[in-house]
Every structure is written in structure tokens, then in C-alpha cells.
Design a protein around this ligand. Structure first.
Ligand code: SF4
Length: 444
């Protein structure tokens, strides 16, 4: 979500004639887009601001701090981090040029942390996107859930769905520009439509997006397990464009902990949804978020998390140690888990995940997967024998990253690649064929 905000911010500033400076020392203004989901992310931002305050070779740049930290901490930041000149929230991006102008004119610190009912994307698409192939498309913002550990409902405000026409207009415009993949983005896409007049649902929105010519692949995130419906599973199963890949945050495998987290499902409910997904969408890849060290988590609770991991065999995992966040119910729970115990659980869960991924990726060696090439990959390796070959990467419909070499740049093309080896979290291969006819999906 922050990455998407940065793309919007860059577009809004470019439209006013601002240009990327290239380095902090050359910048007149530095925008810091912050995350407050975990304490570590917050501390990193404040230490970054400390360093940036000394940038500019004696000519301190204006520092604008945005994202979730300002909405969480408010104007107190001007006192604790005096180098900050502007504070803006996730809904204030479009006001930033005016705030900057006011700051330059008056020299007074500026703050705007208001939430807005409108979905800041109603006008023309402002994003400057790093890719010409795949694009985030925001469909909603905020969150009405109250998971006991999470600050997002406070930092991003209540849930607001973006009107269907506005979303479809953006997707059509992206298709016209040559984008082939969209990733529909929201804190909880499964509750899309609740704030809109009429009764459009997320599966219906997906159906309308699928109709748009030129878009070959549709992804979405994030799905809350409690709101994942049979209708969505059916839509995924019957689609040639919706990728067989789903991010479904589990958070914990113990029902007691899930209840304390206020997640609204049990481990059994979660596993049942995974069963339905795997049976309806063969080859589907599942990624998840897991948290270890939640207050009161015992070894037995943690074993239950490991148990679910062993049953699901997640393809990708965002693993976190619980971080105590201000003004959340969990911050007041007794019996915070000692850091050492939480770290040990983190290591154990991560080791299991790595083993699972290595095994699953090794199983793909020798198979052919269909990729959407996203661009060149990294800098040329010294091992590259032939300078004429371009190292590139793409993703399978299931989301596996595959690195390959080819004579011509295949960015934006869909091609078949023979997987020759796996290493780490990536696959390596060589092109087998480029596809002209669209609408087919690979199993990976
Ligand atoms: S669903 Fe829960 S974890 Fe996700 S943003 Fe909302 S409150 Fe936070």
C-alpha cells in the first residue's frame, strides 16, 4: 500500500514540475513515506530522518514525513523530530503541493492528517509506475476490522471502496498503455463494495475487470480469511485471467491466539478454505502472513502454527515477530512473550518455510512454466559468457519468479520457459516458446 502511495505521490509531484533529485544532498525536499505496522519500521524512519537532517551540504532540505507514522503520532513529531517540516497522511497526497507552497511562502510547519471519504483516485491516474507491464490498482482504502495488534484502522482510517467505474476506467487506460497485469489492492478486498451504493461485490468487480481486453493477468491482495467467500473461489476457478495465486494471512495456528487477535476465524475454518481453494483451483499457490510471539503465546500455541504450516505448505511467507503497537488492545495484554522465545520461534518457522519452498521449487525443475516477462534482471553477472544475452525475469501465474536469458528483450511478452534449476526463492530457466494466443494459464 505504501509502495502504491509512493507511485501516486511521484505522479502528483511530477505534474507540478518537480523532479527526482537523485540523491539526498541534491534535494530541495525529501519525502519520507513511512510505515508504522511494526516498532522497528518506526525506529528506522526516525533514524533516517536524523541522517537526512544533515543532507544538503549545509543547506538543510525540507523534510516531509508521510504515511502511517504521522497519523499515528500526530503533531508531537514536530517536537520529537524537529527536522520534519511537513506532516501528511495517506489521504493528503493531493494537498501536498499546496502545503509545500504554503511552507515556502510562510516558513511555517504544515500538517494535514485528515481522512477523506473520497478515494483519492477519482481523477486521472496520477501514478508514476516503475513497471510498464504490471500495475497496482487501488480499489479501496482503510480498514473496518479491528485485529487486536494492528494500527492500520487508526493510521489509514475507515474502509472506503472506490467506485467501480473509476477502477475500470483506470484498468482500461492501463491496458491501452500496454500493461498486461493488474494487481487490485486493498486492505481487505473481500469486503469491497460495502461502502458503495448498490450491491457490487469483489467477485463481480473481478468479472468486470476480466472483460477488459489487453489485460492478461489479474491478481489481488489482501484477502481476509473470514471474508473469503465460495463465490470468490468459484470466480477464480472459472477464470482464464485471475492468477491461481492467493495471499491469505493466517497470522496464527492456535484458535486461542486467533481469538485474542480478533481475527474472526479458527485454524479449522482457515484450513477448510484452503481445501476448497486447492480443490477448485488446481496448482494454486498460497502465501500468508504469520506472527510469532503474540502475547501469551505458548510453545503449544506455536506448535499449532507449525502444524498449519505443515498442512498448507505455503509457497510464500511474510513472517513477523509480534510488535507492540500503541493504542491497540494487544499492547495491554499481560504476558508479553520474551524476545528470545519469540526469536527462537521465528527461526524455527522460517527454517520450515525455507525447506518447504526448496522442495516445492525443486519439484518444478524440468517443467515448463508460462511467464509474463517483467524486464531485465539485475546487473550483468561476471559469469555471463555471452554479452549478447539479456538476463531477464518474469513471473508465472502462480507468482514464481523465474530468471532466464534471451537474445532479445522480452519485457511484456508471455513466454514458456523450461525450468533448469531452483535456488533460494527463485527459479532459473531458458525460453521454450513465446505465446501469441492469450488466455491460457500454466499450473505454476
Ligand atoms: S484486517 Fe486486521 S490486520 Fe489487516 S489491516 Fe485490518 S485490522 Fe489490520
Amino acid at each position: 500500500m505504501n509502495q502504491y502511495d509512493s507511485e501516486k505521490l511521484e505522479g502528483i509531484l511530477s505534474a507540478r514540475g518537480m523532479e527526482p533529485a537523485g540523491s539526498p544532498d541534491k534535494a530541495d525536499v525529501i519525502f519520507v513515506n513511512s510505515c508504522s505496522i511494526r516498532e522497528k519500521a518506526e525506529s528506522k524512519v526516525f533514524s533516517l530522518i536524523g541522517r537526512l537532517a544533515g543532507a544538503g551540504n549545509g543547506r538543510k532540505p525540507v523534510i516531509a514525513l508521510g504515511g502511517c507514522i504521522p497519523t499515528l503520532r500526530g503533531k508531537e513529531i514536530f517536537r520529537s523530530a524537529p527536522a520534519v517540516d511537513l506532516l501528511y497522511g495517506p489521504d493528503s497526497l493531493e494537498k501536498l503541493p499546496a502545503m509545500l507552497e504554503e511552507y515556502f511562502y510562510t516558513g511555517k510547519k504544515q500538517i494535514d492528517l485528515e481522512f477523506s471519504d473520497s478515494t483519492a483516485w477519482d481523477g486521472p491516474d496520477p501514478c508514476v509506475r516503475p513497471s510498464d507491464v504490471t500495475a497496482w490498482v487501488g480499489i479501496m482504502k482503510g480498514c473496518d476490522n479491528r485485529c487486536s495488534y494492528c494500527v492500520v484502522p487508526d493510521t489509514r482510517g475507515p474502509e472506503v471502496s472506490r467506485p467501480v467505474e473509476s477502477i475500470l476506467a483506470e484498468v482500461k487506460a492501463l491496458a491501452k498503455k500496454g500493461y498486461r497485469e493488474i494487481n487490485l489492492l486493498g486492505q481487505n478486498v473481500n469486503s469491497y463494495g460495502k461502502t458503495l451504493p448498490g450491491s457490487v461485490t469483489f467477485p463481480e468487480l473481478l468479472g468486470m475487470a476480466e472483460e477488459i481486453e489487453g489485460i492478461e493477468r489479474i491478481r489481488f491482495m489482501t484477502s481476509h480469511p473470514k471474508d473469503l467467500t465460495d463465490r470468490l473461489i468459484e470466480r477464480m476457478a472459472g477464470s482464464q485471467k485471475i492468477c491461481p495465486s492467493l495471499h491469505l494471512p493466517l497470522q496464527a495456528g492456535s484458535d486461542r491466539i486467533l481469538e485474542m487477535m480478533n481475527r474472526g476465524y479458527t485454524a479449522g475454518d482457515y484450513l477448510e478454505k484452503i481445501r476448497k481453494l486447492k480443490s477448485a483451483v488446481p496448482g494454486i499457490t498460497i502465501s500468508t502472513d504469520l506472527m510469532v510471539g503474540f502475547p501469551t503465546e505458548t510453545d503449544d500455541d506455536f506448535k499449532k502454527t507449525i502444524g498449519v504450516m505443515e498442512k498448507v505448505n505455503f509457497d510464500s511467507l511474510y513472517l513477523f515477530i509480534y510488535s507492540r503497537r500503541p493504542a491497540t488492545p494487544a499492547a495491554d495484554f499481560d504476558c508479553q512473550v520474551p524476545r528470545d522465545a519469540a526469536h527462537a520461534r521465528f527461526e524455527q518457522a522460517w527454517a520450515l518455510h525455507r525447506k518447504t519452498v526448496s522442495r516445492k521449487l525443486a519439484e518444478l525443475e524440468g517443467s515448463t512454466v508460462e511467464l509474463l516477462c517483467e524486464g531485465e534482471y539485475g546487473v550483468k553477472s561476471t559469469k555471463e559468457k555471452d554479452d549478447a544475452l539479456i538476463t531477464q525475469f518474469g513471473r508465472s501465474a502462480g507468482g514464481h519468479k523465474v530468471i532466464f536469458e534471451a537474445e532479445k528483450n522480452l519485457t511484456g511478452k508471455i513466454l514458456s520457459v523450461l525450468v533448469t534449476r531452483s535456488a533460494g526463492f527463485n527459479l532459473y530457466g531458458k525460453p521454450a516458446a513465446e505465446r501469441n494466443a492469450h488466455g491460457r494459464r500454466d499450473k505454476n
